[in-house]
Write a protein that binds this ligand. Structure first.
Ligand code: SAH
Length: 249
């Protein structure tokens, strides 16, 4: 499948390792006229674009003025209207906390053809990369993926941590490193056990992947002490230890 001119492709790049993009995603990436990508995309993945393709990095960088979502939408639409085939490459799956839905709506409203190609989300791949199954027979039959970006200490935080705590099963938190202390406290206050296993995976599937294992009660301090930073995913629940036969927390 090759990218058609005048079309935007919203492509999930997968969690990091260039081998974890889908076959169709790679075909679009290899054939597009323009690739508009986020900051977390592996440089190795971008090596497969056509020699004459234009690369646009629209990622947010600390200290650099980044484009607003509206400007990104406009850029995608204008490129497609100019007759280019546009690969909008986004980390993980485009529709998991990626604002991919907004880009899709903007293109649809503008009458520009847009196609979405799913990706492997870090919400599942990061636990998997460290041998943690998000579900496991007899141990966890559901998982909840939740943003940790909205601090529980702020009234505007949209996440009801007390209700999340009540849902049985695994909890996976994206964008939650900065607020991890608040989040763990909120979950414990709402009834989750402080001894429940928890694991944080930084840069999953990249060569620099790191991880720390602890409990709801200890993980925030462990993360702080080991200087774990974004991108990192937290997984909470008995699944963290279920396949680790030799681990004591
Ligand atoms: N659409 C993306 C998520 C975007 S939100 C997806 O489906 O994966 C960005 C958050 O994803 C990061 O803050 C982090 O929590 C998580 N993340 C992305 N890449 C990651 C990686 N390689 N390792 C661990 N977490 C990652």
């Amino acid at each position: 499948m090759t990218a058609r001119s005048g079309t935007i492709y919203l492509v999930g790049a997968g969690p990091g390792d260039p081998g974890l993009i889908t076959v169709r995603g790679r075909q679009i990436l290899e054939s597009a006229d323009v690739v508009v990508h986020d900051r977390l995309i592996s440089c190795r993945l971008l090596e497969c674009v056509r020699a004459e393709a234009r690369l646009e990095d629209v990622g947010k960088m600390p200290g650099r003025k980044s484009r607003s979502q509206e400007q990104i939408n406009e850029l995608l639409i204008n490129l497609a209207r100019d007759g280019r085939s546009v690969c909008r490459l986004k980390g993980g799956d485009p529709f998991v906390f990626g604002r991919g839905g907004e880009e899709m709506l903007a293109a649809q409203t503008a009458g520009v053809p847009i196609e979405v190609i799913p990706g492997v989300t870090s919400a599942i791949a990061a636990p998997t990369a460290v041998g943690v199954p998000v579900t496991h027979r007899g141990c966890s039959s559901s998982f909840t993926i939740v943003t940790g970006h909205d601090s529980p200490s702020t009234k505007s935080g949209g996440v009801e941590w007390d209700r999340i705590a009540q849902v049985p099963g695994t909890i996976v938190i994206l964008m939650g490193v900065a607020n991890l202390g608040f989040i763990c406290d909120a979950l414990i206050q709402a009834g989750r056990s402080a001894s429940e296993p928890a694991q944080v995976v930084e840069s999953a599937t990249f060569p620099e992947q790191r991880t720390v294992v602890g409990t709801l009660g200890t993980i925030a301090n462990l993360v702080r002490d080991s200087d774990i930073s974004n991108p990192a995913t937290t997984v909470i629940g008995p699944v963290v230890t279920t396949l680790k036969t030799d681990l004591e927390l």
